[in-house]
Design a protein around this ligand. Structure first.
Ligand code: GLV
Ligand code: MN
Ligand code: MN
Length: 430
């Protein structure tokens, strides 16, 4: 594929990003590239080509994280930068993909400056496209970075199945995305992402310097009733699983109002109704529940309230409700020295920066547990995300690449450091 000039310019960035956005493009200007689908495979192939053409050594690890390595200092640890190319089913083109391409440009520019003798690197450079950040096809989200950082066992991740019963291992192998397990010594991590909220747009700041992550608790719930005739069964005899699930959906929304100052964000976003016939009272509903707050005490209180409502629904409607935790993360903070580096770079570039929390989870949430981690935002138009209309002004995209370049430059030339962390050798039974 002709990828044209390679000067690392803003025009080149916008041109290359537009080209990537044609892969899995949807009619309304978004993309559909769920993890380990053929379209994800095409995006990965395009990205592998982009990296190789600029001298990166490209490889994947055992969970399908795709790396590009640029060695500047033999034997030194890596400054890693990246995000994810996978998307929600009908998604915007920026969520994740922006951060991957921005990381490639930042690393390419810093390597060119090092080769030109303009800076003295003490670290090597690596770019990553994390596997399955979105968690829409295979759960949990942020899967590749969780395996990389040791928070999730490789075999458990590979055993995840999609709604059609296809396993992550099989799906990855179908697109030839799994490589050899191997440790990577990493010294720091940087990620840039669209904000997915309205804060920067409202304040007029150009860059969000993320200081911490909201906590999250995610559940799968099952409501079990009894299949019966929608017409002939007496109302008093019914054990309607869909009615029980609906009461929980409404309760989730009411909870967010109850803790409005918490604050608390809640959603039930997927329902699987069985047998899903217009003439049958549902026997079983499977659904998810997603709770987020910056305050873990609010989340604990919200979960307690959900359990109490589930018990009431069981008692009042002759149902059984099972609530199973599937994924959670705590409120955690990015290292202050990383916030300081980002603010210094923004000041040097004359860009107004704003400290903020991320409400969405990111792979940087996992990475910040093991190495000093920088997380940056660019503004999202109207805060729209997980929507094909997701958008960011081109000048903001380009400014973000410049900030990430400055950050990577600082990390790659940092004198000592808190030490190197080495990713686990990923053990798998096959
Ligand atoms: C990210 O994966 C999220 O759930 O926010
Ligand atoms: Mn994302
Ligand atoms: Mn997303």
């Amino acid at each position: 594929m002709d990828q044209g000039g390679r000067d690392g310019s803003a025009e080149e960035f916008l041109r290359d990003f537009a080209q990537l956005s044609t892969i899995g493009a949807t009619p309304r200007g978004g993309v559909d590239r769920e993890a380990a689908t053929v379209r994800d495979g095409m995006a990965r192939a395009w990205w592998g080509g982009w990296l190789a053409s600029r001298g990166f050594a490209v490889h994947a690890d055992a969970i399908g994280n795709q790396f590009g390595l640029l060695d500047l200092v033999p034997g030194a640890p890596y400054v890693l930068a990246g995000s994810h190319l996978d998307s929600q089913p009908t998604a915007g083109r920026l969520d994740g993909a922006y951060g991957v391409v921005a990381a490639g440009f930042a690393a390419h520019r810093v390597a060119a400056a090092a080769r030109a003798g303009e800076l003295r690197p003490t670290r090597n450079l690596a770019v990553v496209n994390w596997f399955n950040e979105e968690g829409s096809r295979f759960g949990p989200s942020m899967m590749g970075s969780a395996v990389f950082t040791g928070g999730l066992a490789l075999d458990e991740a590979l055993a995840a199945t999609d709604p059609a019963g296809v396993g992550a291992r099989e799906a990855l192998d179908r697109i030839d995305a799994r490589g050899a397990p191997g440790p990577l010594p990493v010294d720091s991590y940087a990620e840039i992402h669209i904000e997915q909220g309205r804060e920067l747009e409202e304040t007029g700041d150009r860059i969000g310097v993320v200081t911490g992550t909201w906590a999250a608790r995610k559940f799968r719930f099952r409501v079990l009733g009894e299949q019966s005739h929608t017409g002939s069964t007496r109302m008093a005899d019914r054990r309607d699983a869909l009615l029980g699930a609906s009461l929980l959906v409404v309760e989730a929304r009411a909870l967010a109002d109850r803790f409005a100052d918490g604050p608390l964000h809640t959603a039930v976003s997927r329902l699987d109704v069985r047998p899903n016939s217009p003439v049958v009272v549902a026997s079983e509903v499977r659904a998810n529940l997603d709770l987020r707050s910056p305050d873990p005490a609010v989340l604990d209180a919200a979960v307690e309230r959900v359990r109490a409502v589930a018990a009431r629904v069981e008692a009042e409607h002759g149902l059984r409700v099972e609530l199973e935790p599937t994924h959670s993360w705590d409120r955690n903070d990015y290292q202050p020295e990383c916030v300081a580096v980002s603010e210094r770079v923004c000041a040097e570039l004359g860009l107004a920066a704003r400290r903020m929390l991320t409400v969405a989870g990111h792979d940087s949430t996992n990475m910040s547990a093991v190495v000093p981690t920088v997380m940056l935002f660019v503004p999202s138009r109207e805060g729209i995300s997980h929507n094909e209309r997701e958008d960011t002004a081109p000048e903001d995209l380009v400014a973000g690449v410049d900030v990430l370049t400055g950050v990577v430059r600082e990390l790659v030339t940092a004198p000592g450091g808190p030490g190197t962390w080495t990713s686990a050798r990923m053990a798998s039974t096959g």
